[in-house]
Design a protein. Structure first.
Length: 325
């Protein structure tokens, strides 16, 4: 937490407006349906907030934009962790409260982060001076990485209010961008970023140095063969990072790093490149249409296939097929 205009307070029922008193019954659905963002951070008035959400493996994420400069309140109290990223935001007055910490009246909270551990109260009220752009990331405590490098099972998480962490910010802002501007075939990349974000969160909480022991080698020979064969057999499908990691008995975090070292690119990019190589083989047959090739490789729209093919090869499928004639 920063030292900007903070005043210590104790948590009592009278600290928060009655309309924002804890409601266990209303928030319990979060436990079983992590992706239901309507059970996440609550805003009042809700109609001035635009939200876009995605569900990932063991977590969910949403982007949040306010559309009007009027008084707004928000709260969160649930059995899951919350990491809030503020890309833009400034208020003329108000305060922010996270259970276990002094409340803060920081005016400009641009490029700040907030972490609310599971079961902790979060409340914010303000009169904004500008429209806010933010992202909320929700983590299932039971699904966070338990790698000995970062901590041990059952580790308690400390609340943090308006803090900065470059590593956490870089991953979170990339994931926010994928939610805000989704593209075809980026699911694997989103899952990879979600996994790394979870590890960064555990690393931050445990106080581990980011400079750990480097990987001296990538995947073992049998692991490379197994992964390459699996991807080749499932080119037309969405392949999760978790399934690839499980195939070679590694955590998703270590698998991502080892894979990149072995193949020279992340798993999602390798998958796309292999799909496009298969597309080249199919396009070599003049009787096969562009649409048929796209469908055979799992693309729901010809435009998505064309865009991906051009991005990887530098040519449209039509131009490539004509060049072979």
């Amino acid at each position: 937490m920063t030292a900007h205009a903070a005043t210590a307070v104790s948590r009592t029922p009278g600290d928060l407006p009655p309309s924002f008193a804890p409601s266990r019954d209303r928030l319990d659905p979060v436990r079983g349906h992590l992706g239901e963002i309507t059970s996440g951070v609550e805003f009042s008035p809700s109609e001035i907030v635009k939200r876009r959400a995605v569900t990932l493996d063991g977590m969910a994420a949403e982007t949040v934009h306010t559309t009007e400069r009027c008084k707004i309140e928000c709260r969160f109290h649930a059995p899951i962790h919350l990491l809030a990223l503020f890309e833009a935001g400034e208020r003329s007055q108000g305060f922010t409260f996270v259970e276990g910490l002094p409340r803060s009246t920081l005016r400009n909270y641009q490029r700040k982060l907030i972490f609310v551990p599971a079961g902790h109260e979060f409340y914010d009220c303000q009169e904004p001076r500008s429209l806010a752009r933010a992202a909320n990331f929700y983590f299932d405590p039971a699904r966070l990485p338990l790698d000995p490098e970062f901590g041990t099972p059952g580790t308690s998480f400390a609340p943090r209010l308006f803090f900065e962490d470059a590593a956490l910010w870089d991953v979170a802002i990339k994931l926010r961008g994928l939610i805000e501007r989704p593209q075809a075939n980026d699911r694997l990349y989103r899952e990879a970023l979600g996994t790394v974000l979870a590890h960064e969160l555990v690393r931050l909480n445990s106080g581990c140095n980011r400079t750990g022991t480097p990987i001296r080698g990538g995947l073992a020979s049998w692991q490379k063969r197994a992964v390459a064969a699996y991807i080749e057999d499932h080119l037309a499908e969405q392949i999760s990072l978790a399934s690839l990691a499980q195939l070679v008995r590694l955590s998703p975090y270590h698998f991502s790093r080892a894979f990149k070292q072995s193949f020279g690119m992340p798993p999602h990019r390798f998958h796309i490149h292999r799909r496009m190589e298969r597309a080249k083989n199919l396009l070599a047959k003049p009787s096969v249409s562009i649409t048929e090739v796209g469908v055979a490789l799992g693309f729901s729209a010809t435009s998505s296939f064309t865009s991906t093919f051009r991005k990887v090869t530098g040519h449209t499928p039509t131009a490539y097929q004509r060049s072979l004639a």
